[in-house]
Design a protein around this ligand. Structure first.
Ligand code: GTP
Length: 597
């Protein structure tokens, strides 16, 4: 097919603005899939995605559209993940397109990720086509949407297409706009073969399957590819397209979006954003925008039953095969036994992996508090990266600790302004800018330490704004802070699973919370046991575990010996599982209870 009859585009939107539903309508209209197959939403393939209503991985699909101008166009639709944790994946999917449909929920209007995604699309030089979606909703407010389009995104209101993925309104208008407004594939005249990798998945039989957009030249089975970031070479075994199922084709040519199966077995070797060229006549210049993604959030993951260790190890190994952004290595903890230190792109990524371990691999796990990666500077030594508080060197040797910050754009109703400003202050943030979006909404631009938004920031933002607030962020600089390691001591012994790096001023408050919880959950002991929070040898908070008074067999009056024995056996059984912290025996459950809360 003539490259001038190909259009590559994607749909970008804030979470829940109806991307998947609309994509399905486009597939149905072009008869790419029949309605019967579409009963379940098609592009969100993973169960977990469907359940949480979020798109995690991008699934491209090719459609053929018979346009009103009489030509049959090849349309490649890329689905993009909507969440900030995956913004690099979004940017690579965008880089594989020439145009983007920018969806706006007619009842919600422009939200934080609408703006963030629109900017990403503009930055890639894409033609952005605004679509006001869900116009079937009684609460649809078209005036609000068009005003916001002009004021916030500088897009002329008359360009907007009115649509409803649910009732099928505006579908032909959208397809015609894609054909007429999205430019045909760019850079197809480049003298060498260049293809952009925007995703890769692992298949047990075929190894790594790379998803790629070919910009120039062609890729065929039987030839050898070369990855430009590492110069790795590999034999191509098969190339194909998504219809939406994987369908083998003789070659992928300029403008095409498809998959490549090669001899590569590890997803980590084919990185998102890398450029594929041919080994026989390699290109000299990569496609723009390649970046190494690094995990930003770390936590320990442990099996609830220590006998599940091998099962957990196998589960993490398998998840890793499909997700090059997830990393792990083994570690052990006094309180939790043997487990793994795991790194993620962000909080949602962390939750998804934990959930998949539980569900798909059937291993019950417990995870420690999430931590960011700190940069530790010591006199005369190289900078040390610390993602686990336990590994922080002796405070006396540290000149400075720096922590990662984020630049956040927070969209909120005016009425929540005061409360959100207090929340930002409480989280050690600064407000750099306040922009009025329209009569009812403002956008705050803030700098916040990443560590402070890990736990409850988003939940509190949602609850203060009754669900109307939204946030998007990008990583900012590392900044020095008065950061210290806080340890939790039980009867004077530190319990590693509860160590954390905190801002000095926050240590007493956080310490008090933890001590209270632990003192409450640890069962009564034979003697007085203190639970303390300590920073560099100073106790900043403390509490006491209750003292035990009763003998478990006391109420058996010596009569029923078998019952007495049973109780004693049960106690022995319990003891076996106890964790010994100094002279104190603690059921492992206690730690889990505290970590769960
Ligand atoms: P993410 O993958 O989380 O970004 O969501 P999405 O943008 O793919 O949204 P999705 O298509 O899953 O739709 C979100 C919700 O809006 C679902 O409950 C849909 O049923 C509903 N919805 C989608 N399109 C329409 C529409 O045109 N009209 C109405 N009334 N509801 C819609």
């Amino acid at each position: 097919m003539d490259v001038s009859l190909t259009r590559n585009f994607c749909i970008i939107a804030h979470v829940d603005h109806g991307k998947t539903t609309l994509s399905d309508r486009l597939l149905e209209h072009t008869r790419t899939v029949t309605q019967r197959v579409l009963t379940a939403q098609h592009l969100d393939a993973m169960d977990l995605e469907r359940e949480r209503g979020i798109t995690i991985k991008s699934h491209p699909v090719m459609m053929v559209y018979n346009a009103q101008d009489g030509h049959a166009y090849k349309l490649n639709l890329m689905d993009t993940p909507g969440h900030v944790d995956f913004s690099y994946e979004v940017s690579r999917s965008l880089a594989a397109c020439e145009g983007a449909l920018l969806l706006i929920d007619a009842a919600q209007g422009v939200e934080a990720q609408t703006v963030a995604n629109a900017h990403l699309a503009f930055a890639q030089g894409l033609k952005v086509i605004p679509v006001i979606n869900k116009i079937d909703l009684p609460s649809a407010d078209l005036d609000m949407c068009t005003t916001q389009l002009e004021d916030i995104l500088m897009i002329p209101a008359e360009d907007a297409i009115l649509a409803s993925g649910k009732s099928g309104i505006g579908i032909v208008d959208i397809l015609e706009a894609v054909v007429k407004q999205v430019p045909p594939p760019r850079w197809h005249n480049h003298p060498h073969t260049r293809a952009l990798v925007f995703d890769s998945i692992y298949d047990a039989y075929r190894g790594v399957i790379a998803h790629a957009r070919v910009f120039s030249g062609s890729l065929k089975a039987g030839t050898q590819l070369q990855l430009m970031s590492t110069n790795t070479k590999s034999d191509i075994k098969e190339v194909g397209i998504f219809t939406p199922k994987m369908t083998k084709v003789p070659e992928l040519a300029a403008g095409d979006v498809g998959y490549i199966v090669s001899t590569i077995k590890d997803t980590a070797e084919i990185k998102t954003g890398d450029t594929i060229t041919t080994a026989i006549r390699p290109a000299t210049e990569m496609l723009p925008g390649y970046k190494e993604v690094r995990p930003m959030v770390f936590c320990g993951i442990y099996p609830l039953e220590s006998s599940d260790y091998e099962k957990l190890k196998a589960a993490l190994g398998r998840l890793r095969l499909n997700d090059a952004a997830f990393v792990y290595q083994s570690e052990s903890s006094l309180a939790l036994g043997f487990g793994f230190r795991c790194g993620f792109l962000g909080l949602l990524h962390m939750e998804i992996i934990q959930e998949r371990v539980r569900r798909e691999h059937d291993v019950e796990i417990i995870s420690t508090y999430p931590s960011v990666v700190y940069h530790v500077y010591q006199h005369g030594k190289d900078m040390l990266q610390v993602d686990n508080p336990v590994m922080l060197p002796d405070p006396g040797t540290i000149d400075e600790i720096r922590e990662p910050t984020i630049q956040a754009a927070i969209h909120i109703p005016n009425t929540s302004m005061g409360d959100i400003m207090s929340l930002v202050m409480e989280k050690r943030g600064t407000i750099d800018n306040t922009d009025t979006l329209d009569a009812t909404r403002v956008m705050l631009t803030c700098t916040l330490p990443l560590n402070e938004i890990l736990v409850d920031f988003n939940d509190r933002l949602k609850s203060i704004t009754r669900g109307y607030g939204s946030m998007d962020y990008e990583l900012g600089e590392y900044k020095a802070g008065d950061l210290v390691k806080m340890e939790i001591l039980i009867n004077g012994e530190p319990v590693d699973a509860f160590s954390s790096i905190v801002h000095r001023e926050k240590a007493p408050g956080k310490g008090k919370d933890l001590c209270e919880k632990l003192a409450d959950i640890i069962p009564p002991q034979m003697f007085k046991v203190a639970v303390q929070a300590a920073v560099g040898g100073n106790i900043v908070a403390r509490d006491n575990v209750r003292v035990m008074r009763k003998d478990v067999t006391a109420k058996c009056y010596g009569g029923d010996i078998s019952r007495k024995r049973k109780l004693l056996d049960k106690q022995k059984e319990g003891k076996k599982k106890m964790k010994q912290i100094g002279r104190v025996s603690i059921p492992p459950d206690a730690f889990i209870q505290v970590l769960k809360n």
